[in-house]
Design a protein around this ligand. Structure first.
Ligand SMILES: NC(=O)c1ccc[n+]([C@@H]2O[C@H](COP(=O)([O-])OP(=O)(O)OC[C@H]3O[C@@H](n4cnc5c(N)ncnc54)[C@H](OP(=O)(O)O)[C@@H]3O)[C@@H](O)[C@H]2O)c1
Length: 342
């Protein structure tokens, strides 16, 4: 039996970064329809921190390995079907996971989830693409259905998903307003052509009433709470509010998400404006072909330099706890990436 011994990060109990430990594990030969992958880089998202503290709607039970996105190299695979030309040992792939598990030196994954990496694309850069940018495409294309010239409000335009929305929104010719508060936020948003609204000092409804008196065509929101009503009010007739999280009150996110999702669905019953919910892990499972097409498209855009995610920090995988702590202290701006050292 050709077993691989490897290390992975495991959340042993819900809590702070110290709840993450390194453990040794073994990986047997891949079952039918699966590949074993040596992980090169894994992206870190805010969702990982929520799941670690036990405050996430699609919560894994402890012990679990966090991480929704990775880039790796195929070790071997098992299939009776004739494989596509690119599928071979040594081929590099990017993956968005549906049940987490990327903070690991090796993983076994279904073949349908693997998307080949374009030639020459840096694995670290590529590891920042899947979750944030698939979420942004889900919000813009599937749910927002926005078009060139539309005016949109991006809540938290300085965040991982917020920046992906800004990058892809700019390429689509959207007129963008974004809320943020982090130092350097105004310059960061300006780089993407987004008009900055400081949510600590300014009320976005007042600002937008002045700048977009007819209302905006879409609001993209991950905060939820009382801001949802305001977001709905700033929509132009026919406009859409797309919610992709309800993260405004850390520690209450599960309850807030259940309540928020119900509210958004009820709001959608009113005539004149639309609301929608984006939940990428379920969308990946529900449309495998669409997932591969979108991730492939995004990776090609990254390889051509059309989207250039900012890597804020690169850490060895075994120092994942330090990355979580630094993110919580807001010491990392840009996306954090974990890399394996074998
Ligand atoms: N639906 C899905 O499938 C899906 C997929 C991926 C992520 N998510 C969720 O999306 C959310 C964002 O994830 P992320 O990785 O982008 O997080 P992130 O990088 O931490 O970004 C969060 C952003 O929210 C901003 N923010 C905080 N409080 C705000 C407020 N009151 N008003 C406006 N903006 C505010 C922050 O801005 P400043 O730092 O400038 O203050 C920050 O830019 C998380 O809840 C995550 O779980 C959902």
């Amino acid at each position: 039996m050709n077993e691989i011994t490897y290390r992975k990060i495991v959340v042993e109990r819900f809590g702070g970064a110290e709840a993450m430990k390194t453990v040794e594990a073994t990986l047997g030969e891949p079952p039918p329809g699966h590949a074993r992958i040596r992980v090169l880089a894994a992206g870190v998202g805010f969702t990982d921190l929520m799941a670690r503290s036990g405050d996430y709607l699609l919560q894994r039970k402890v012990p679990f390995t966090p991480g929704y996105e990775l880039v790796g190299e195929i070790v071997d695979f098992n299939t009776d079907d004739s494989p596509p030309a690119w599928l071979a040992p040594g081929a590099r792939v990017a993956v968005a996971l549906t049940k987490m598990g990327a903070y690991s030196e090796y993983v076994s994954l279904p073949l349908w989830q693997l998307v080949p990496l374009p030639e020459g694309l840096d694995p670290r850069l590529a590891a920042t693409v899947p979750l944030d940018h698939l979420t942004a495409l889900s919000v813009l294309e599937t749910h927002g259905r926005v078009e060139a010239g539309d005016a949109v409000l991006i809540q938290g335009a300085s965040g991982g998903v917020g920046q992906a929305l800004s990058r892809l929104g700019g390429l689509r010719g959207l007129r963008m307003y974004g809320t943020a508060s982090a130092p350097g936020g105004e310059e960061l948003l300006a780089r993407h052509g987004v008009t900055f609204i400081d949510y600590r000092r300014q009320d976005f409804e007042t600002v937008l009433r002045k700048l977009e008196p007819a209302g905006v065509d879409a609001v993209f929101d991950h905060i939820g709470g009382p801001g949802l009503r305001k977001a709905y009010r700033v929509l132009a007739p026919g406009g859409v509010l797309v919610s992709y999280a309800f993260a405004g009150r850390p520690g209450h996110m599960v309850a807030d998400t259940v309540r928020g999702a119900m509210r958004v669905k009820l709001m959608n019953l009113r005539p004149g404006r639309r609301t929608a919910l984006s939940m990428v892990p379920s969308e990946i499972k529900g449309d495998r072909k669409g997932y591969r097409e979108r991730l492939g498209r995004l990776l090609d855009m990254a390889a051509r330099g059309e989207i250039t995610p900012r890597i804020g920090s690169v850490y060895p995988l075994m120092r994942a706890a330090e990355v979580h702590t630094a993110l919580e202290r807001r010491e990392i701006t840009g996306k954090a990436v974990l890399v394996t050292d074998r």
